[in-house]
Design a protein around this ligand. Structure first.
Ligand code: NDP
Length: 296
């Protein structure tokens, strides 16, 4: 039996936590908006804690899945935070798509208290979380990641050790920077073709059998843009955060990334236009408005 605490039952956190509400795990959940935790516990085997500190008492593994490292820092060190309550030897697995520098600080703070930190952002979306097939990008000491493996394997299919603490977050940020480029460039390309008189469905059919294809062209645009469904699964605000981390890391490393810098600016403009709740694929609507056409 592994006692696990899960903090943050958002769009992806909740379906990840579902896999930990089964034997051999004994799960306690906490969510800022308590109603979501109560709803989760009504249909899964989990107890609900009133504060993050209460959730982690007695837990061998603590999983956080929050918007950014800022909220992880608050849950760690803010009022009712978990730092004082963590058991000696406990591992904090941070599945937030976070910031490597913040994660290194968290790791040092935890180690001074006899606990461990590893970053473990995920990829595969809400569908992958439900199916338990996420890719998990780990940053941490190999022995810590090995101890955490049973929990990671509960929601992940591909568990990859990327390097020391912060490495998982770095890989995730860069991967999502590519996602931003693909969403934006696919929208531009289809809008331009539409203005030339080619239907988006025909264009996608050809592109998906050609060299310009990507996950955006193969899945996101056919399922979400052409259908005008635009389901809200991953907020544009979070993608803006991720590409911001990626360009900051590149600048710190002295690697020029002019294309990613431009994509970061465009995604940020789209976030301002569409608001905090918009899905990342809705960025295509901003491209459509600028091009004066609809991708359908
Ligand atoms: P959501 O916005 O759906 O959920 C955010 C969660 O964080 C909620 O539980 C929310 O609580 C909680 N939260 C927000 N602010 C605070 C705060 N100040 N203190 C404590 N808790 C807070 O995000 P997602 O679940 O989509 O994303 C979580 C992380 O996973 C992000 O880093 C994201 O980039 C990453 N990710 C998301 C994917 C996706 O497909 N959605 C895919 C891969 C990675 P409340 O219910 O009270 O609002």
């Amino acid at each position: 039996m592994k006692r696990v605490a899960f903090l943050g039952l958002g769009a992806i956190g909740a379906p990840m936590a579902e896999h930990l509400a089964l034997p051999p795990f004994e799960l306690t959940v906490w969510n800022r908006t308590r109603a979501k935790a109560d709803k989760f516990a009504a249909s899964h085997s989990a107890s609900v804690a009133a504060t993050p500190a209460e959730a982690v008492r007695g837990a061998e593994i603590v999983v956080t899945c929050l918007p950014s490292s800022r909220e992880v820092g608050e849950v760690l060190q803010g009022p009712g935070g978990i730092l004082e309550a963590l058991e000696a030897g406990a591992i904090l697995i941070d599945c937030t798509s976070g910031d490597p520098a913040a994660s290194r600080e968290f790791a040092a703070t935890l180690e001074s208290r006899g606990a461990f930190f590893m970053d473990a952002p995920v990829s595969g979306g809400v569908v992958g979380a439900k199916a338990g097939t996420l890719t998990v990008m780990c940053g941490g000491q190999p022995a810590v990641v090995e101890r955490a493996r049973p929990v990671l394997e509960a929601f992940g299919k591909r568990i990859v050790l990327c390097g020391p603490v912060g490495s998982g977050h770095a890989v995730k940020a860069v991967s999502n920077a590519l996602l931003a480029v693909h969403v934006w460039s696919t929208a531009e390309a289809l809008a331009a073709l539409k203005r030339m008189g080619v239907s988006a469905a025909i264009a996608l059919d050809v592109i998906n059998a050609s060299a310009g294809r990507s996950n955006a062209s193969q899945n996101l645009f056919p399922e979400r843009v052409l259908t005008r469904a635009f389901p809200r699964t991953f907020r544009l605000a979070l993608l803006d955060k991720d590409i911001g981390i990626a360009t900051k890391l590149a600048a710190e490393a002295g690697a020029p990334v002019p294309l990613l810098d431009l994509a970061a600016r465009l995604i940020h403009e789209a976030r301002i236009e569409l608001g905090e709740e918009a899905d990342h694929v809705e960025a295509a609507k901003v491209v459509e408005a600028r091009a004066g056409t609809i991708i359908e």
